[in-house]
Design a protein around this ligand. Structure first.
Ligand code: MN9
Length: 288
């Protein structure tokens, strides 16, 4: 389960429906061109928190059907609706996903006992391994080293997608839990996370920049830090340009220039105007 995983984009049409052909093309592009080791499906980048349960299932099915066994598949099933989380966990497991992942429950400021109960309840109801999805900037949920430890006591909690700029906590986690899988979640900090020996990375920009991501991680693992830094530098020029222009919209536009029917983002996310589209084209030409 180690390696570079795209936080998979999903193609939606103007009405917000899943564009099956487009989604299949995105999967193919990730495997054939971005050369990722795996796909993280229905995460933030997949616009998961703006779609229906049926759409989530539809996406899990299409992605598995297109990817087959070519790459590892992780299904993000986290939801504030526990029944939905369990239902999706079972569904993705039946479809053949290698692991499930669940975002920390957010919005209501749950205490740690509640968060623990959420994860263990999901695991009581599904026969699969689980990766915690921690992204404090979006959820407001900050867990301590000891709290991660309590979750890691469960055999089936096999790791964490660590999307935070907290390298102190990351180092402590790595040191304390050498056998758990730690995935770096911020693409712009991949080199720093790789130096601390994460097992892999899961990111939105890998949909289009997966090859450089792999180079950064592998060079860092070999101790070739200067070379890795050069590639992180180009990568971060790219990521800065993408973030300035609108993260998911711009990645979709880049995919379109590459011939992939990436569609538009779901409302309330906005669509790029003419200038934004032109900038996305320039970014593609310059970096990809
Ligand atoms: O899955 C992604 N997080 C979000 C991880 O999209 C919220 C990252 O890959 C970021 O998009 C990326 C740009 O900041 O690092």
């Amino acid at each position: 389960m180690k390696g570079i995983y795209s936080a998979l984009m999903c193609s939606f049409d103007e009405q917000g429906n899943v564009n099956e052909k487009g989604l299949r093309e995105i999967v193919r592009y990730n495997i054939d061109v971005s050369k990722v080791d795996g796909l993280y499906v229905n995460g933030s980048t997949g616009e998961n928190f703006m779609i229906s349960t049926e759409q989530k299932k539809q996406i899990f099915e299409i992605v598995k059907d297109e990817a087959g066994d070519a790459v590892k598949l992780i299904a993000q099933i986290g939801s504030l609706n526990m029944e939905e989380a369990v239902e999706l966990a079972q569904f993705a497991t039946d479809v053949g996903y290698d692991a499930i992942s669940a975002v920390t429950p957010f919005y209501y400021k749950f205490d740690f006992e509640e968060i623990k109960d959420y994860y263990f309840t999901i695991l009581e109801n599904v026969d699969n391994d689980l990766i915690i999805y921690s992204i404090p900037a979006l959820t407001g949920v900050n867990m301590s080293l000891d709290q991660f430890g309590e979750l890691f006591e469960h055999d089936k909690v096999i790791g964490v997608k660590f999307t935070a700029p907290d390298f102190f906590l990351l180092e402590r986690l790595r040191h304390a839990y050498p056998d758990k899988l730690i995935y770096s979640g911020f693409d712009e900090m991949l080199l720093s996370a790789s130096v601390l020996k994460v097992d892999g990375a899961i990111g939105s920009t890998f949909n289009v920049n997966g090859v450089r991501a792999r180079q950064i991680m592998e060079l860092a693992q070999k101790g070739q830090i200067d070379e890795a830094r050069e590639i992180q530098k180009v990568t971060n020029d790219l990521i800065s340009a993408i973030l300035d222009n609108g993260l998911y919209q711009t990645i979709k536009e880049i995919l379109k220039y590459k011939g992939v029917s990436a569609g538009v983002c779901r409302k309330p996310m906005k669509t790029l105007d003419e200038d934004g589209v032109a900038r996305a084209k320039q970014i593609t030409k310059k970096y990809l």
